[in-house]
Write a protein that binds this ligand. Structure first.
Ligand SMILES: NC(=O)c1ccc[n+]([C@@H]2O[C@H](COP(=O)([O-])OP(=O)(O)OC[C@H]3O[C@@H](n4cnc5c(N)ncnc54)[C@H](O)[C@@H]3O)[C@@H](O)[C@H]2O)c1
Length: 396
């Protein structure tokens, strides 16, 4: 986010923390998961706790957990007690907490969505795994390669626990359709172009689309101001989506060569990529562009081609993906009426845990590979050289 939305509702600064904590302690909604309206709940639901009650929790994860067919919004935790109290009134978790370790010590909790600042992802994911909880961690999985490798090491000691990364575009039905089309019909991949261009009008749109977002002066933030360094903040925050989509569709990346320009407050990374398959590619991360949200990809294969257009995610609108096949000489496009990628993401997460359904979501290796790619892009900008992902220094 490159600015705070003016519509974030600040809670009154003089709210006494003790009073707010008392309100938190009295919150319990044992019947909150009864199916309402047309939302159907399955009998076995994964008991999920959302760690972090900030923007992404309020705009996406809490709603997603309430609506997901196989999830119970069991707990909400934020170190800002006033924020927990307000947000819990809307989403009615069964339990509320203001301390992450107390949340993780709850025996009934099965899984946690880690929706805190990027710098806290790996430390919190490690603590959650050590407490025996499954983890859905927001993107980027971490902020450097070394800590992501550390998370992988811890996860290897917990083979029964599932870790998934929150690059939710994989759950866009149109993008999933493209993924299957590539695997089943496209034949050999020749080239892939993908672009992710956040709009200068983005906050005008999201302020309209989001519910009013509460914030708190007690929210826990990483030291310093990591968001002030736009080069690393945008690469990590937005580049993680672009790289994950490219890898989801095109497979592993081998090497990159990147150039970067900043002009009039806009930042652009143009990246030539080589896939391990031998396919070539180009990634364009530019933001904010002086036009509407601009995200998509174009793919050229042996037996067809794909052209895709994605929308600002908060429209919950499935990407328009046209897959052309030489087998029948026709374009194929999924309507994809259900475009709630965040709900579909947590449903996929719960299905993998409860039913052993093969996961679609990004796994630890994907989160780690994304960090390697972002580090390689960053290093290539600085050196002007082609950088092998395997040799990327690790920082962004
Ligand atoms: N998937 C997406 O498209 C998408 C979109 C936006 C944000 N995000 C990601 O979501 C994450 C959170 O972003 P945000 O904008 O919601 O941040 P935010 O700062 O608005 O909220 C984070 C909350 O976490 C709480 N917190 C931090 N550490 C805590 C701890 N140890 N214990 C309890 N609470 C703690 C803070 O008090 C804060 O309220 C980021 O990693 C961001 O990259 C993802």
């Amino acid at each position: 986010m490159h600015r705070e939305s003016p519509l974030r509702r600040d809670l009154p600064g003089k709210t006494a923390p003790a009073k707010a904590q008392a309100a938190v302690n009295t919150l319990a909604f044992p019947n909150s998961e009864k199916p309402k309206g047309r939302l159907k709940k399955e009998n076995r639901r994964l008991r999920v706790g959302v760690l972090g009650a900030g923007l992404i929790a309020q705009a996406a994860h809490l709603d997603a957990c309430k609506k997901a067919r196989n999830v119970e919004l069991y707990a909400l935790c934020d170190s800002a007690a006033d924020l927990v109290a307000k947000v819990a009134l809307i989403f009615e978790p069964t339990r509320t907490y203001t301390d992450a370790d107390t949340l993780l010590a709850d025996d009934k909790l099965e899984a946690v969505i880690i929706a805190v600042a990027d710098q806290f992802h790996v430390p919190m994911a490690v603590r959650a795994l050590e407490a025996g909880k499954h983890v859905l961690v927001e993107k980027p999985m971490g902020v450097n390669v070394a800590e992501c490798e550390r998370l992988r090491e811890v996860a290897r000691t917990k083979p029964g626990l599932h870790v998934q990364v929150g690059t939710m575009r994989r759950f866009d039905p149109g993008i999933a359709f493209a993924h299957d089309f590539i695997r089943n019909q496209l034949g050999e991949l020749l080239a892939l172009k993908a672009w992710y261009c956040d709009s200068v009008y983005r906050y005008q749109e999201t302020d309209n689309l989001h519910p009013l977002i509460f914030s708190s002066s007690h929210a826990k933030r990483p030291p310093g101001d990591p968001k002030a360094d736009k080069f690393s903040y945008y690469l990590l925050g937005h580049g993680s989506h672009l790289v994950d989509t490219a890898r989801f569709l095109g497979g592993d990346l081998l090497a990159v060569r990147a150039v970067y320009r900043e002009k009039f407050g806009a930042h652009s990374w143009f990246v030539s990529v080589e896939f391990a398959s031998g396919a070539v590619g180009h990634l364009d991360l530019t933001l904010p562009v002086r036009m509407e949200w601009h995200e998509g990809f174009q793919i050229y294969g042996e037996h067809g081609s794909i052209v895709s257009r994605s929308f600002n995610p908060w429209y919950f609108k499935t990407s328009e993906v046209d897959c052309f096949s030489t087998r029948d000489g026709q374009y194929h496009r999924l309507l994809g009426a259900d475009g709630h990628t965040f709900r579909r993401q947590v449903e996929g997460f719960a299905d993998a845990i409860l039913k052993g359904v093969p996961p679609i979501g990004a796994q630890i290796e994907d989160g780690l590979a994304a960090l390697r790619a972002l580090s390689a892009i960053s290093h290539s900008v600085k050196t002007g050289e082609r950088v092998l992902l395997a040799e990327a220094p690790g920082n962004v």
